[in-house]
Design a protein around this ligand. Structure first.
Ligand SMILES: Cc1cc2nc3c(=O)[nH]c(=O)nc-3n(C[C@H](O)[C@H](O)[C@H](O)COP(=O)(O)O)c2cc1C
Ligand code: SF4
Length: 453
Protein backbone atom coordinates (compact mmCIF):
# COMPACT_ATOMS: atom_id res chain seq x y z
CA UNK A 1 0.00 0.00 0.00
CA UNK A 2 1.31 3.49 -0.79
CA UNK A 3 1.98 5.84 2.14
CA UNK A 4 -0.88 8.08 3.28
CA UNK A 5 -0.71 11.81 2.61
CA UNK A 6 1.13 13.98 5.12
CA UNK A 7 -1.19 15.99 7.31
CA UNK A 8 0.63 18.98 8.70
CA UNK A 9 -1.19 20.59 11.58
CA UNK A 10 1.81 21.57 13.70
CA UNK A 11 4.19 21.97 10.76
CA UNK A 12 1.51 23.65 8.67
CA UNK A 13 3.69 26.69 7.99
CA UNK A 14 7.15 25.20 8.45
CA UNK A 15 9.15 25.81 5.26
CA UNK A 16 6.16 27.53 3.60
CA UNK A 17 7.49 30.07 1.09
CA UNK A 18 7.07 33.63 2.42
CA UNK A 19 6.17 32.53 5.95
CA UNK A 20 8.27 34.43 8.49
CA UNK A 21 8.54 34.13 12.25
CA UNK A 22 7.39 37.66 13.12
CA UNK A 23 4.04 38.44 14.68
CA UNK A 24 2.64 40.27 11.64
CA UNK A 25 2.96 37.15 9.53
CA UNK A 26 1.44 35.05 12.32
CA UNK A 27 -1.51 37.44 12.66
CA UNK A 28 -2.07 37.45 8.89
CA UNK A 29 -2.43 33.68 9.13
CA UNK A 30 -5.07 33.76 11.87
CA UNK A 31 -2.60 33.91 14.76
CA UNK A 32 -3.86 34.50 18.33
CA UNK A 33 -7.52 34.12 17.26
CA UNK A 34 -7.64 30.84 19.23
CA UNK A 35 -6.29 32.59 22.32
CA UNK A 36 -8.89 35.35 21.99
CA UNK A 37 -11.66 32.73 22.11
CA UNK A 38 -9.97 30.57 24.74
CA UNK A 39 -9.74 33.35 27.34
CA UNK A 40 -13.51 33.78 27.03
CA UNK A 41 -14.07 30.17 28.10
CA UNK A 42 -13.93 28.51 31.50
CA UNK A 43 -10.46 27.06 32.20
CA UNK A 44 -12.01 23.69 33.20
CA UNK A 45 -13.63 23.45 29.76
CA UNK A 46 -10.22 23.73 28.11
CA UNK A 47 -8.79 21.04 30.38
CA UNK A 48 -11.77 18.83 29.44
CA UNK A 49 -11.08 19.37 25.74
CA UNK A 50 -7.48 18.26 26.23
CA UNK A 51 -8.66 15.19 28.17
CA UNK A 52 -11.16 14.31 25.42
CA UNK A 53 -8.52 14.75 22.74
CA UNK A 54 -6.44 11.86 24.06
CA UNK A 55 -3.30 13.96 23.39
CA UNK A 56 -0.18 12.12 24.51
CA UNK A 57 2.99 14.04 25.35
CA UNK A 58 5.47 14.39 22.50
CA UNK A 59 8.58 14.69 24.71
CA UNK A 60 9.23 10.94 24.79
CA UNK A 61 7.09 9.01 27.24
CA UNK A 62 3.73 9.59 25.53
CA UNK A 63 2.00 10.34 28.84
CA UNK A 64 -1.59 11.64 28.38
CA UNK A 65 -1.51 15.43 28.67
CA UNK A 66 -5.02 15.75 30.15
CA UNK A 67 -4.17 13.21 32.86
CA UNK A 68 -0.98 15.12 33.67
CA UNK A 69 -2.94 18.35 34.03
CA UNK A 70 -5.49 16.52 36.18
CA UNK A 71 -2.76 15.52 38.65
CA UNK A 72 -1.74 19.11 39.42
CA UNK A 73 -2.21 20.00 43.08
CA UNK A 74 -4.65 22.91 42.92
CA UNK A 75 -5.41 23.03 46.62
CA UNK A 76 -1.99 23.86 48.04
CA UNK A 77 -2.50 27.61 47.69
CA UNK A 78 0.93 27.82 46.06
CA UNK A 79 1.41 29.24 42.56
CA UNK A 80 1.28 26.74 39.70
CA UNK A 81 4.09 26.96 37.16
CA UNK A 82 4.26 25.75 33.59
CA UNK A 83 7.58 24.81 32.01
CA UNK A 84 7.98 24.32 28.29
CA UNK A 85 10.58 21.62 27.77
CA UNK A 86 12.57 22.94 24.82
CA UNK A 87 15.73 21.02 25.65
CA UNK A 88 15.37 18.64 22.69
CA UNK A 89 18.60 16.80 23.34
CA UNK A 90 17.61 13.23 22.46
CA UNK A 91 19.95 12.31 19.57
CA UNK A 92 18.00 12.00 16.33
CA UNK A 93 15.29 14.50 17.31
CA UNK A 94 14.93 17.86 15.56
CA UNK A 95 11.28 18.94 15.53
CA UNK A 96 10.98 21.41 18.43
CA UNK A 97 13.85 23.46 17.02
CA UNK A 98 11.96 24.00 13.75
CA UNK A 99 8.81 25.05 15.59
CA UNK A 100 10.77 27.58 17.65
CA UNK A 101 12.80 28.88 14.71
CA UNK A 102 10.05 29.11 12.12
CA UNK A 103 6.78 29.39 14.03
CA UNK A 104 7.56 30.64 17.56
CA UNK A 105 4.17 32.32 18.00
CA UNK A 106 2.42 28.98 17.59
CA UNK A 107 4.30 27.82 20.70
CA UNK A 108 3.62 31.05 22.59
CA UNK A 109 -0.09 30.90 21.80
CA UNK A 110 -0.27 27.22 22.86
CA UNK A 111 1.65 28.06 26.04
CA UNK A 112 -0.60 30.96 27.08
CA UNK A 113 -3.75 28.89 26.39
CA UNK A 114 -2.32 26.08 28.52
CA UNK A 115 -1.40 28.56 31.26
CA UNK A 116 -4.90 30.06 31.22
CA UNK A 117 -6.45 26.57 31.43
CA UNK A 118 -4.33 25.75 34.47
CA UNK A 119 -4.38 29.12 36.23
CA UNK A 120 -0.65 29.57 35.67
CA UNK A 121 0.70 33.12 35.97
CA UNK A 122 4.33 32.38 35.20
CA UNK A 123 5.72 30.11 32.52
CA UNK A 124 9.31 29.28 31.55
CA UNK A 125 10.60 28.07 28.24
CA UNK A 126 13.70 26.04 29.09
CA UNK A 127 15.69 25.97 25.87
CA UNK A 128 18.75 23.91 25.24
CA UNK A 129 22.03 25.84 25.59
CA UNK A 130 23.15 24.89 22.08
CA UNK A 131 20.20 26.73 20.55
CA UNK A 132 21.15 30.42 20.98
CA UNK A 133 19.32 31.39 17.81
CA UNK A 134 16.12 29.74 19.05
CA UNK A 135 16.41 31.64 22.34
CA UNK A 136 16.83 34.96 20.49
CA UNK A 137 13.83 34.24 18.26
CA UNK A 138 11.67 33.34 21.25
CA UNK A 139 12.70 36.45 23.22
CA UNK A 140 11.77 38.61 20.25
CA UNK A 141 8.47 36.78 19.72
CA UNK A 142 7.51 37.11 23.40
CA UNK A 143 8.26 40.85 23.26
CA UNK A 144 6.06 41.15 20.15
CA UNK A 145 3.26 39.19 21.84
CA UNK A 146 3.55 41.34 24.97
CA UNK A 147 3.32 44.51 22.87
CA UNK A 148 0.00 43.23 21.48
CA UNK A 149 -1.24 42.25 24.98
CA UNK A 150 -1.24 38.49 24.30
CA UNK A 151 1.36 38.01 27.07
CA UNK A 152 1.88 40.00 30.29
CA UNK A 153 -0.55 41.85 32.53
CA UNK A 154 -4.31 41.84 31.94
CA UNK A 155 -4.23 39.80 28.74
CA UNK A 156 -6.78 41.13 26.21
CA UNK A 157 -8.53 43.02 29.02
CA UNK A 158 -9.65 39.83 30.76
CA UNK A 159 -7.93 40.51 34.08
CA UNK A 160 -5.81 37.40 33.53
CA UNK A 161 -2.05 38.01 33.60
CA UNK A 162 0.74 35.67 32.56
CA UNK A 163 4.46 36.14 31.91
CA UNK A 164 6.68 33.86 29.85
CA UNK A 165 10.44 33.79 30.48
CA UNK A 166 13.06 32.15 28.30
CA UNK A 167 15.73 30.29 30.24
CA UNK A 168 18.79 28.96 28.44
CA UNK A 169 20.31 25.69 29.61
CA UNK A 170 24.06 25.23 29.65
CA UNK A 171 24.01 22.20 27.35
CA UNK A 172 23.48 18.85 29.06
CA UNK A 173 21.20 16.01 27.95
CA UNK A 174 19.98 15.43 31.51
CA UNK A 175 18.47 18.93 31.58
CA UNK A 176 15.70 17.47 29.37
CA UNK A 177 14.60 15.13 32.17
CA UNK A 178 11.86 17.11 33.85
CA UNK A 179 13.14 17.11 37.44
CA UNK A 180 16.74 17.72 36.34
CA UNK A 181 15.38 20.59 34.27
CA UNK A 182 13.61 22.01 37.34
CA UNK A 183 16.82 21.84 39.39
CA UNK A 184 18.68 23.60 36.60
CA UNK A 185 15.99 26.28 36.36
CA UNK A 186 16.42 26.86 40.09
CA UNK A 187 20.08 27.59 39.40
CA UNK A 188 21.51 24.28 40.54
CA UNK A 189 23.26 21.34 38.90
CA UNK A 190 20.68 19.33 36.92
CA UNK A 191 20.53 16.35 39.24
CA UNK A 192 17.16 14.62 38.73
CA UNK A 193 14.99 14.34 41.83
CA UNK A 194 13.58 11.20 43.40
CA UNK A 195 9.92 10.48 42.58
CA UNK A 196 8.16 10.15 45.01
CA UNK A 197 8.05 12.62 46.59
CA UNK A 198 9.16 15.08 43.92
CA UNK A 199 6.44 14.65 41.32
CA UNK A 200 6.40 17.99 39.51
CA UNK A 201 2.59 18.15 39.68
CA UNK A 202 2.93 18.46 43.46
CA UNK A 203 6.50 19.46 44.35
CA UNK A 204 8.04 20.96 41.23
CA UNK A 205 9.68 24.33 40.63
CA UNK A 206 10.42 26.06 43.99
CA UNK A 207 8.50 23.14 45.58
CA UNK A 208 5.30 24.36 43.91
CA UNK A 209 2.94 22.41 41.61
CA UNK A 210 4.44 22.46 38.12
CA UNK A 211 3.43 21.26 34.68
CA UNK A 212 6.26 20.25 32.35
CA UNK A 213 5.27 19.81 28.72
CA UNK A 214 7.21 19.42 25.52
CA UNK A 215 7.20 22.20 22.87
CA UNK A 216 5.25 20.14 20.34
CA UNK A 217 2.70 19.00 22.95
CA UNK A 218 1.73 22.61 23.68
CA UNK A 219 1.30 23.34 19.98
CA UNK A 220 -1.16 20.44 19.84
CA UNK A 221 -3.04 22.07 22.74
CA UNK A 222 -3.52 25.16 20.60
CA UNK A 223 -5.00 23.02 17.82
CA UNK A 224 -7.28 21.26 20.35
CA UNK A 225 -8.49 24.59 21.78
CA UNK A 226 -9.39 25.64 18.23
CA UNK A 227 -11.04 22.48 16.93
CA UNK A 228 -12.17 20.70 20.11
CA UNK A 229 -11.00 17.51 21.75
CA UNK A 230 -13.38 15.25 19.87
CA UNK A 231 -12.34 16.52 16.45
CA UNK A 232 -8.69 16.08 17.42
CA UNK A 233 -9.34 12.53 18.63
CA UNK A 234 -10.68 11.66 15.18
CA UNK A 235 -7.23 12.31 13.68
CA UNK A 236 -4.97 9.29 13.95
CA UNK A 237 -6.05 6.08 15.65
CA UNK A 238 -7.68 5.33 19.03
CA UNK A 239 -5.18 5.85 21.86
CA UNK A 240 -2.75 7.41 19.36
CA UNK A 241 -4.60 10.55 18.44
CA UNK A 242 -3.55 13.62 16.50
CA UNK A 243 -0.52 13.75 14.28
CA UNK A 244 3.04 12.60 14.85
CA UNK A 245 6.14 14.32 13.56
CA UNK A 246 8.96 11.98 12.54
CA UNK A 247 12.51 13.28 12.29
CA UNK A 248 14.22 10.86 9.93
CA UNK A 249 18.02 10.88 9.83
CA UNK A 250 20.72 8.58 8.56
CA UNK A 251 20.84 6.35 5.50
CA UNK A 252 17.76 7.24 3.46
CA UNK A 253 17.54 9.24 0.26
CA UNK A 254 15.36 12.01 1.72
CA UNK A 255 16.00 12.54 5.43
CA UNK A 256 13.89 15.24 7.06
CA UNK A 257 10.77 15.87 9.13
CA UNK A 258 7.37 14.53 8.19
CA UNK A 259 3.99 14.82 9.93
CA UNK A 260 1.29 12.14 9.62
CA UNK A 261 -1.90 11.20 11.45
CA UNK A 262 -0.65 8.99 14.28
CA UNK A 263 -0.67 5.26 13.61
CA UNK A 264 -1.57 5.54 9.93
CA UNK A 265 1.87 5.05 8.45
CA UNK A 266 4.12 2.01 8.74
CA UNK A 267 7.87 2.05 9.08
CA UNK A 268 8.23 0.68 5.53
CA UNK A 269 6.00 3.39 4.03
CA UNK A 270 7.87 6.09 5.92
CA UNK A 271 11.34 4.92 4.95
CA UNK A 272 10.64 3.73 1.41
CA UNK A 273 7.78 5.84 0.00
CA UNK A 274 8.31 9.06 1.95
CA UNK A 275 12.07 9.05 2.48
CA UNK A 276 12.94 7.48 -0.87
CA UNK A 277 14.37 4.18 0.38
CA UNK A 278 18.03 3.24 0.97
CA UNK A 279 20.95 4.98 -0.70
CA UNK A 280 21.90 3.53 -4.13
CA UNK A 281 23.35 0.04 -3.87
CA UNK A 282 22.65 -0.25 -0.14
CA UNK A 283 20.04 -2.10 1.94
CA UNK A 284 18.48 -1.22 5.26
CA UNK A 285 20.10 -2.98 8.18
CA UNK A 286 18.59 -1.46 11.32
CA UNK A 287 16.49 1.41 12.60
CA UNK A 288 16.09 3.15 15.95
CA UNK A 289 12.49 4.37 15.89
CA UNK A 290 12.22 6.94 18.70
CA UNK A 291 15.48 8.69 19.52
CA UNK A 292 18.79 7.05 20.45
CA UNK A 293 17.52 5.52 23.70
CA UNK A 294 14.79 3.49 21.95
CA UNK A 295 15.64 -0.17 21.38
CA UNK A 296 16.98 -0.86 17.90
CA UNK A 297 15.07 -2.95 15.31
CA UNK A 298 16.82 -5.27 12.85
CA UNK A 299 15.48 -5.56 9.33
CA UNK A 300 14.56 -9.19 8.79
CA UNK A 301 13.31 -9.88 12.31
CA UNK A 302 9.63 -10.70 12.83
CA UNK A 303 7.22 -9.83 15.58
CA UNK A 304 4.20 -11.96 16.37
CA UNK A 305 1.44 -11.65 18.94
CA UNK A 306 -2.10 -10.48 19.51
CA UNK A 307 -3.28 -6.89 19.57
CA UNK A 308 -6.54 -5.12 20.14
CA UNK A 309 -8.27 -3.71 17.07
CA UNK A 310 -11.56 -2.07 18.04
CA UNK A 311 -13.02 -4.51 20.53
CA UNK A 312 -11.38 -7.63 19.09
CA UNK A 313 -8.02 -9.27 19.68
CA UNK A 314 -6.34 -10.06 16.37
CA UNK A 315 -3.08 -11.79 15.49
CA UNK A 316 -0.23 -9.79 14.08
CA UNK A 317 2.87 -11.01 12.28
CA UNK A 318 5.02 -8.06 11.31
CA UNK A 319 8.41 -7.43 9.78
CA UNK A 320 10.03 -4.09 10.70
CA UNK A 321 8.51 -2.56 7.55
CA UNK A 322 4.96 -3.49 8.63
CA UNK A 323 4.98 -1.88 12.08
CA UNK A 324 2.60 1.08 12.41
CA UNK A 325 4.53 4.09 13.73
CA UNK A 326 2.53 4.72 16.89
CA UNK A 327 3.30 4.55 20.60
CA UNK A 328 1.40 1.30 21.22
CA UNK A 329 2.54 -0.73 18.20
CA UNK A 330 6.19 0.18 18.73
CA UNK A 331 5.78 -0.62 22.43
CA UNK A 332 4.30 -4.03 21.56
CA UNK A 333 7.39 -5.01 19.60
CA UNK A 334 9.69 -4.06 22.46
CA UNK A 335 10.82 -0.57 21.50
CA UNK A 336 9.19 2.88 21.66
CA UNK A 337 7.98 5.81 19.60
CA UNK A 338 9.73 8.15 22.05
CA UNK A 339 10.55 11.55 20.65
CA UNK A 340 9.91 10.61 17.01
CA UNK A 341 13.60 10.57 16.06
CA UNK A 342 13.97 7.78 13.47
CA UNK A 343 17.65 6.88 12.94
CA UNK A 344 18.27 4.67 9.92
CA UNK A 345 21.36 2.49 9.40
CA UNK A 346 22.20 0.60 6.24
CA UNK A 347 24.42 -2.38 5.52
CA UNK A 348 27.61 -0.30 5.66
CA UNK A 349 27.18 0.32 9.38
CA UNK A 350 29.20 -1.73 11.81
CA UNK A 351 26.96 -2.19 14.85
CA UNK A 352 29.81 -2.36 17.36
CA UNK A 353 31.09 0.98 16.15
CA UNK A 354 27.58 2.49 16.15
CA UNK A 355 27.04 1.33 19.74
CA UNK A 356 30.43 2.70 20.79
CA UNK A 357 29.27 6.08 19.50
CA UNK A 358 26.01 5.91 21.50
CA UNK A 359 27.74 4.65 24.65
CA UNK A 360 30.23 7.52 24.53
CA UNK A 361 27.31 9.93 24.48
CA UNK A 362 25.46 8.41 27.44
CA UNK A 363 28.56 8.03 29.53
CA UNK A 364 29.35 11.70 29.03
CA UNK A 365 25.79 12.77 29.91
CA UNK A 366 25.11 10.73 33.07
CA UNK A 367 24.68 13.15 35.97
CA UNK A 368 26.54 10.73 38.21
CA UNK A 369 24.16 10.52 41.17
CA UNK A 370 23.34 6.79 40.85
CA UNK A 371 26.14 4.23 40.92
CA UNK A 372 24.57 1.82 38.38
CA UNK A 373 24.14 4.62 35.83
CA UNK A 374 27.40 6.48 36.48
CA UNK A 375 29.60 3.39 36.58
CA UNK A 376 27.55 1.28 34.16
CA UNK A 377 27.46 3.88 31.41
CA UNK A 378 31.19 4.47 31.87
CA UNK A 379 32.02 0.76 31.67
CA UNK A 380 29.82 0.28 28.60
CA UNK A 381 31.72 3.13 26.98
CA UNK A 382 35.11 1.76 28.04
CA UNK A 383 34.37 -1.74 26.75
CA UNK A 384 32.87 -0.68 23.41
CA UNK A 385 35.60 1.91 22.94
CA UNK A 386 38.30 -0.70 23.65
CA UNK A 387 36.63 -2.99 21.11
CA UNK A 388 36.73 -0.46 18.31
CA UNK A 389 40.27 0.57 19.16
CA UNK A 390 41.77 -2.79 18.33
CA UNK A 391 41.40 -4.80 21.54
CA UNK A 392 38.10 -6.67 21.09
CA UNK A 393 37.62 -10.00 22.85
CA UNK A 394 35.13 -12.78 22.04
CA UNK A 395 33.36 -12.40 25.39
CA UNK A 396 32.84 -8.62 25.09
CA UNK A 397 29.22 -8.87 23.90
CA UNK A 398 28.29 -10.91 26.97
CA UNK A 399 30.27 -8.57 29.20
CA UNK A 400 28.53 -5.49 27.80
CA UNK A 401 25.15 -7.15 28.25
CA UNK A 402 25.87 -8.07 31.85
CA UNK A 403 26.76 -4.44 32.64
CA UNK A 404 23.67 -3.11 30.83
CA UNK A 405 21.38 -5.57 32.61
CA UNK A 406 22.37 -4.16 36.01
CA UNK A 407 21.20 -0.61 35.30
CA UNK A 408 17.48 -0.31 34.46
CA UNK A 409 15.08 -0.10 37.37
CA UNK A 410 17.90 0.74 39.79
CA UNK A 411 18.26 4.46 39.22
CA UNK A 412 16.66 7.77 40.19
CA UNK A 413 15.58 8.70 36.68
CA UNK A 414 14.83 7.05 33.35
CA UNK A 415 18.31 7.85 32.05
CA UNK A 416 19.19 4.44 33.48
CA UNK A 417 16.87 2.82 30.95
CA UNK A 418 17.89 5.25 28.21
CA UNK A 419 21.58 4.34 28.49
CA UNK A 420 21.15 0.58 28.85
CA UNK A 421 18.50 -0.12 26.22
CA UNK A 422 20.82 0.56 23.25
CA UNK A 423 23.44 -1.90 24.55
CA UNK A 424 20.86 -4.55 25.46
CA UNK A 425 19.09 -4.33 22.11
CA UNK A 426 22.17 -4.00 19.87
CA UNK A 427 23.64 -7.13 21.43
CA UNK A 428 20.36 -9.08 21.37
CA UNK A 429 19.77 -8.23 17.70
CA UNK A 430 23.35 -8.38 16.41
CA UNK A 431 24.88 -11.01 18.69
CA UNK A 432 27.13 -12.50 16.02
CA UNK A 433 28.51 -9.14 15.04
CA UNK A 434 29.57 -8.49 18.63
CA UNK A 435 30.90 -12.01 19.21
CA UNK A 436 32.91 -11.98 15.98
CA UNK A 437 34.08 -8.39 16.08
CA UNK A 438 37.59 -9.35 17.20
CA UNK A 439 37.87 -11.44 13.99
CA UNK A 440 36.06 -8.93 11.75
CA UNK A 441 38.52 -6.22 12.76
CA UNK A 442 41.21 -8.17 10.95
CA UNK A 443 39.25 -7.77 7.67
CA UNK A 444 39.45 -4.55 5.62
CA UNK A 445 36.85 -1.96 6.65
CA UNK A 446 33.90 -1.13 4.36
CA UNK A 447 34.36 2.15 2.52
CA UNK A 448 31.32 3.94 3.97
CA UNK A 449 31.36 6.20 6.97
CA UNK A 450 30.01 4.89 10.26
CA UNK A 451 28.69 8.18 11.53
CA UNK A 452 25.44 7.63 13.37
CA UNK A 453 24.30 10.85 14.98
C1 LIG B 1 17.13 11.44 30.16
C2 LIG B 1 15.89 12.12 29.70
C3 LIG B 1 15.96 13.16 28.78
C4 LIG B 1 14.81 13.81 28.36
N1 LIG B 1 14.92 14.82 27.43
C5 LIG B 1 13.79 15.46 27.02
C6 LIG B 1 13.87 16.53 26.09
O1 LIG B 1 14.96 16.89 25.62
N2 LIG B 1 12.72 17.15 25.71
C7 LIG B 1 11.50 16.77 26.22
O2 LIG B 1 10.48 17.37 25.88
N3 LIG B 1 11.39 15.76 27.10
C8 LIG B 1 12.50 15.10 27.51
N4 LIG B 1 12.39 14.10 28.44
C9 LIG B 1 11.05 13.80 28.99
C10 LIG B 1 10.71 14.76 30.13
O3 LIG B 1 11.23 14.25 31.35
C11 LIG B 1 9.20 14.95 30.30
O4 LIG B 1 8.61 13.69 30.42
C12 LIG B 1 8.57 15.69 29.14
O5 LIG B 1 9.14 16.95 28.96
C13 LIG B 1 7.09 15.85 29.42
O6 LIG B 1 6.46 16.51 28.34
P1 LIG B 1 5.28 15.83 27.53
O7 LIG B 1 4.37 15.17 28.54
O8 LIG B 1 4.63 16.98 26.85
O9 LIG B 1 5.89 14.83 26.62
C14 LIG B 1 13.54 13.42 28.86
C15 LIG B 1 13.45 12.36 29.77
C16 LIG B 1 14.61 11.71 30.18
C17 LIG B 1 14.50 10.58 31.16
S1 SF4 C 1 19.91 7.59 36.33
FE1 SF4 C 1 21.82 8.53 35.71
S2 SF4 C 1 21.23 10.54 34.97
FE2 SF4 C 1 19.47 9.77 36.18
S3 SF4 C 1 19.83 10.54 38.25
FE3 SF4 C 1 20.83 8.55 38.15
S4 SF4 C 1 22.96 9.00 37.58
FE4 SF4 C 1 21.74 10.81 37.11
Amino acid sequence: MPAPEQRRIIFQHIDEPGYTNDIDCYLRNGGYEVLKKAVGRKPEELIDEVKKSGLRGRGGAGFPCGVKWGLVDRKSGKPIYLIVNADESEPGTFKDRYIMHQDPHQLIEGTIISCFANNVKQAYIYIRGEMPEGARILEKAIAEARAKNFVGPNILGTGYSCEIYVHRGAGAYICGEETGLIESLEGKRANPRIKPPYFPAVLGLYQCPTIVNNVETLCHVKYIAEHGGEAYAKIGTPNNTGTRIFCVSGHVQRPGYYEFPAGTITMGQLLNDVCGGPLPGRTFKAVIPGGSSAKILRFGERFKGKRKVGTEMVDYDWGVEDVPMDFDSLGMIGTMGGSGGVIVMDDTVNMVEALANINAFYSHESCGQCTPCREGSLWMKKISSRMVHGDARPQDGALLKSVADQIPGRTICAFGEACSWPTQSFIAKFTDEFNNYHEAKKQPKPAAANVLV
